[in-house]
Design a protein around this ligand. Structure first.
Ligand code: S3P
Length: 172
């Protein structure tokens, strides 16, 4: 079985995912990282040169590749990956989906000065984050088997909560 972490930018998917994988003895994988490795370009460059739709297709391809790898991975996926309808069934096939939720102010705090997220470039980042969160949160909830709130929590606490909720679903 795989465990997949979804949620908005800054929710801690990569950091919590790495720690969770270590605790469970699973391998950690990250779709942004896999796409960068495979294309030889940074996510930011892929957006700049080919546009968002191209990047979204790469995400779907990446999910299909992951399905052929089998289980025992913790997989962190880019914040926009669950938005594509076809990715929902791929995510479900891949394993248990955990939504790491985050509030607007926490995103703004955690991603202050970040230059790697093309969607948060430009003026009025606060309004952008607000708009994206309102649109995306119901989609994340729909795609997920369980939700863990991350605001004000350390990575250690987040990982502990994920483990507890996973145990409730699959048993110890
Ligand atoms: C995106 C999130 C990013 C990355 C890209 C687009 C999004 O990943 O895939 O910049 O649409 O939310 P993280 O969620 O890991 O930051």
């Amino acid at each position: 079985m795989n465990i997949i972490l979804i949620g908005f930018m800054g929710a801690g998917k990569t950091t919590a995912g790495t720690a969770l994988a270590e605790k469970l003895g699973f391998c950690f994988l990250d779709t942004d990282h896999l796409i960068e490795q495979q294309s030889g370009m940074k996510v930011r460059e892929l957006f700049e040169h080919y546009g968002e739709e191209y990047f979204r297709s790469k995400e779907t391809e990446c999910l299909r590749d992951l399905l052929s790898k089998g289980g025992a991975h913790v997989i962190s996926v880019g914040g926009g990956l669950p938005l594509r309808e076809e990715n929902h069934s791929l995510l479900k096939e891949l394993g248990l989906v955990v939504f790491l939720s985050i509030r607007k102010n926490t995103v703004l705090d955690r991603l202050k000065g970040d230059k790697t997220r093309p969607l948060l470039k430009g003026a009025d980042v606060e309004a952008k984050v607000d708009e994206l969160l309102r649109y995306r949160n119901p989609i994340y909830s729909q795609a997920a088997d369980l939700v863990v709130e991350t605001d004000g929590k350390s990575i250690r606490t987040i990982v502990k909560e994920i483990e507890e909720k996973l145990n409730e679903i699959i048993g110890d």
